[in-house]
Ligand binder design. Structure first.
Ligand SMILES: *Cc1c(COP(=O)(O)O)cnc(C)c1O
Length: 475
């Protein structure tokens, strides 16, 4: 667009005051608080200004800037305000366990169970056999032990809490030995050294960033040592000249000095991912089998359940953790417990779990299926009569996310959209502001929509979103 046109459009942009005098807006002022109407008006004007500034051809007409058009947008915006703040979004990022987008999805079987527990009284802390007070933790303890081979189990609010309470129960005022290469920070600023300080345990770092040997642990052991800790470096990997002490070796060392050994597994996977052509993640069962005393992991990462921190291990230690007063502060809520128990039941049913747990289904989705979805979405978006955008299918990479399989490339297909008259940033923003928001990513001056993480019905919504964004303005 020529600069003089751009200036003309900017001059045509009505003032907030002028819009507030329009009949429809005056009506809105009668219905809604003034601050809200003013705020939405300012927002709409600001967005139109951005469109004028970013449009690179004369796509706008004078009509677009009339008061009628503005007042309509403001009215729509205000009715949308009745919406919830926490709402569904469409994950087109291709990151399966996306912490910012709520991690794992629960399937309808799990939701049915949650609904029943939420809308009725339950035996949450009531022992039906004895007719007296029971414990909420018993509901998932047996099934967790059955699935993993652990002696005992405890669940808390999340894995950060699980690590905190375990360290506090085992090593308060004492020393915990950790390899320097495992002092990780997980997204959202969960740092192992910080959690350790809050737990009252003293961190003893051994080894170097890339190499730690058994002898390094051994040399650090003294009469203040309470625990040997291994942390799964879930969201990064040091490659090249590296060595880490195997869990088994650490367990042997622990036995030699009568010290407990703990592993923070992070993602906590129950199934052998190697079977699906993915990088092997150490499974929870393997960790237990190695003889480790305590293992902690998340409920909503690769396990694919609700947010929870799962602690498994030897009965004596789990009992100590259970009795820690912090447990009351970290306690798992009943809906989470209902969701977790249903999730674990799906694992009891064997191989079909991969189909029934959305996180596992997305992770193991065959490329042919992804291709089919990509083609179908492509056909939906392609519009030969509209020259304001180009769309194509491209090869790309999805990620497991949630700090799991950091080096695993998951080949996928993405829909790449290149807008002609607006910027890619503007397109990304408009998709994000759509209702429901569509979360995409930008690469190589295109907006990419990864079909791997799309759910049923999402393609139709994306079709509508794209159509409305590229429709001639004000229609
Ligand atoms: C994700 C992760 C945590 C934190 O788990 P939350 O469930 O987010 O509390 C702790 N340790 C490791 C190694 C992790 O990957």
């Amino acid at each position: 667009m020529e600069e003089k046109d751009r200036q003309r459009f900017l001059r045509l942009l009505p003032s907030v005051d002028k819009i507030l005098q329009h009949e429809r807006v005056v009506n809105l002022l009668g219905e809604y608080p003034r601050w809200l109407v003013v705020k939405m008006t300012q927002q709409v004007v600001e967005e139109e200004r951005k469109v004028i500034l970013s449009c690179d051809r004369n796509l706008l007409s004078d009509d677009c800037l009339n008061l009628e058009c503005f007042s309509k947008k403001i009215s729509e915006r205000i009715s949308a305000c009745g919406q919830m703040s926490l709402k569904r979004v469409i994950n087109a990022t291709g990151i399966i366990v996306h912490t910012n987008l709520g991690r794992s999805l629960l399937n309808h079987e799990i939701l049915k169970n949650m609904e029943k527990i939420a809308s009725s009284f339950s035996n949450l802390e009531y022992n039906l056999e004895q007719g007296k007070r029971g414990s909420r933790y018993t509901h998932v303890e047996d099934i967790l032990c059955e699935l993993t081979g652990a002696e005992a189990a405890l669940v808390v609010n999340n894995n950060a809490g699980a690590v905190l309470i375990a360290l506090n129960s085992i090593a308060s005022n004492l020393e915990v030995i950790v390899s320097r290469g495992q002092l990780v920070e997980i997204g959202g600023s969960f740092r192992i050294p910080d959690v350790m300080r809050e737990s009252g345990a003293k961190l003893i770092e051994v080894g170097t960033t890339n190499k730690t040997h058994l002898i390094d642990y051994k040399r650090a052991i003294n009469d203040q040592t309470a625990l040997l800790l291994k942390v799964h470096t879930s969201n990064f990997q040091i490659i090249g000249f590296t060595s880490e002490v195997k869990l088994e070796e650490l367990v042997d060392l622990g036995r030699e000095y009568s010290l407990p050994v703990m592993e923070d597994l992070g993602s906590g996977c129950f199934i052998e991912l190697g079977k699906f052509g993915l990088t092997r993640e150490p499974t929870v069962q393997e960790a237990i089998q190695s003889g480790v005393d305590v293992v902690t992991f998340s409920g909503d990462k690769l396990l694919g359940g609700p947010q929870a921190g799962i602690i498994l291990g030897k009965e004596k230690i789990i009992e100590r953790i259970r009795k820690n007063p912090i447990n009351r502060a970290l306690r798992i809520d009943k809906l989470t417990l209902a969701a977790l128990e249903s999730t674990l039941h799906l694992y009891m049913e064997g191989e079909s779990v991969v189909e029934r747990i959305p996180t596992l289904r997305m992770l193991t989705l065959p490329l042919v299926e992804i291709e089919k979805r990509a083609k179908s979405l492509y056909r939906r978006l392609r519009d030969k009569t509209n020259n304001s955008f180009h769309v194509e299918i491209k090869d790309d990479i999805s990620r497991a996310g949630g700090g799991a399989l950091p080096l695993q490339d998951l080949p996928t297909k993405v829909i790449a959209i290149k807008p002609v008259y607006i910027s890619v940033d503007n397109l990304e923003e408009r998709l994000r502001r759509y209702n429901p928001p569509v979360i995409s990513r930008i690469d190589d001056d295109q907006v990419l929509l990864d079909v791997r993480t799309l759910q049923k019905g999402d393609a139709e919504i994306i079709g509508k979103a794209v159509k409305s964004i590229f429709a001639p303005p004000c229609k």
